[in-house]
Design a binder for this molecule. Structure first.
Ligand SMILES: CC(C)(COP(=O)(O)OP(=O)(O)OC[C@H]1O[C@@H](n2cnc3c(N)ncnc32)[C@H](O)[C@@H]1OP(=O)(O)O)[C@@H](O)C(=O)NCCC(=O)NCCS
Length: 338
């Protein structure tokens, strides 16, 4: 069976206009700009307006991705949207994006793998392209997290922001599964996914699902908000992201020296730097856009990718290693030739 290659044909991102700076947070909790910058690398985050939903952010990022891929909206065969903060329990947010795009002719699916969601979604989309089922898939990571952040908890409220990133993953018509080193060989080389449900309590939103419905009491006690064991997560993040990267390199007989760019989940600059150290990749080759983004969960990787494509760092033919980690504990990497 011929396996087609799936490559990233277009990218887009969207940051809501409203900003929440470290100085703003100083007024809410006992923290300070210097501590936040030193411990996380974050200076400010975008926060969606009251009337802006996850699908609104996803729609804006998608328009950019469609434009940069130079395809028509009706060329989209499938929409996969990764999020932990859907507009509603149902319908799924991907269907709402489809409607906003004004198209009706494609299936639309949400994926829930927390901060690893986009990497998971890209891996699933890759299968549909490889097998020849679809030609163009809109893959999105989008979040409006601030509604699930407790702005009296200084451990978590300093970290998270809102945003969306989108890609068009397309069939590379120029090549099949025979590997060569030409630029026509653009596409996903492999993906590596993992999860460890036994450690789910390290990062969770306890209420709002079937285990715990939201009551006035729960709302009052912020039970619908993110709770986190930061120190333990930090270690697991470094460990699992390093592992997923090593698996990708080994699978493709590449070394750290072959990689042009690593795009890690933007959770904390110290986590990003520790992963780079484990891989022995210089920081100049690591995309770190957390300063003005914060942790936008499933959106960080496609947002950082879009920024680095638009500013010209990532060029056609570069080896790019995407890697993420999140609640679950999920993790995943995608190695691709951009
Ligand atoms: C949350 C995180 C930034 C905290 O950094 P840390 O270096 O582990 O800090 P600690 O929790 O050890 O706290 C150190 C001190 O700073 C204090 N502190 C915690 N948050 C603070 C804040 N926002 N402002 C000021 N001081 C703070 C602590 O109370 C502690 O004080 P103490 O030494 O007097 O007890 C870090 O653990 C982290 O990023 N973890 C991973 C989180 C993550 O990535 N989550 C999402 C995964 S997808």
């Amino acid at each position: 069976m011929t396996l087609f290659k799936a490559y990233i044909k277009g990218t887009g991102s969207f940051f809501p206009a409203k900003k929440l700076t470290n100085k703003d947070l100083e007024k809410l909790v006992d923290t300070n700009d210097q501590w936040i910058k030193e411990r996380t690398g974050i200076s400010s985050r975008s926060i969606a307006a009251d009337n802006e939903t996850t699908s609104d952010l996803a729609y804006q990022a998608s328009l950019q991705a469609i434009k940069s891929a130079n395809i028509k909206k009706t060329d989209i065969d499938f929409i996969i949207l990764a999020t932990a903060t859907p507009d509603y329990p149902m319908p799924n947010t991907a269907c709402l994006v489809q409607h906003k795009l004004g198209i009706q002719n494609c299936p639309a699916l949400d994926m829930s793998a927390a901060c690893s969601g986009f990497v998971y979604a890209l891996s699933v989309a890759n299968q549909f392209i490889q097998t020849g089922t679809y030609k163009n898939i809109l893959v999105i990571g989008a979040e409006v997290l601030h509604n699930f952040v407790n702005y009296t908890d200084r451990n978590t409220c300093i970290l998270f922001g809102d945003g969306a990133g989108a890609t068009i993953l397309s069939r590379n018509e120029q090549c099949d599964d025979s590997v060569n080193n030409s630029i026509n060989d653009r596409g996903i080389a492999s993906h590596h996914l993992g999860a460890d449900g036994s450690q789910s309590d390290l990062l969770e939103v306890p209420a709002g699902g079937s285990a715990q419905v939201i009551t006035p009491e729960i709302l009052k006690n912020h039970g619908h908000c993110v709770v986190m064991k930061g120190k333990e997560l930090f270690k697991e993040a470094v460990l699992s992201m390093s592992q997923r990267c090593t698996e990708a390199l080994e699978k493709n007989n590449l070394t750290n020296k072959d990689i042009d760019w690593v795009i890690p989940h933007q959770a904390n600059t110290r986590i990003i730097n520790a992963v780079a150290k484990q891989l022995d990749v210089p920081l100049e080759k690591v995309i770190n856009e957390i300063k003005n983004m914060g942790n936008t969960s499933a959106a960080t990787v496609p947002m950082a990718l879009d920024i680095a494509v638009k500013d010209g760092r990532i060029k056609k033919g570069h080896w790019v290693l995407l890697v993420a980690f999140g609640s679950g504990l999920t993790s995943g990497s995608v190695l691709l030739k951009y």
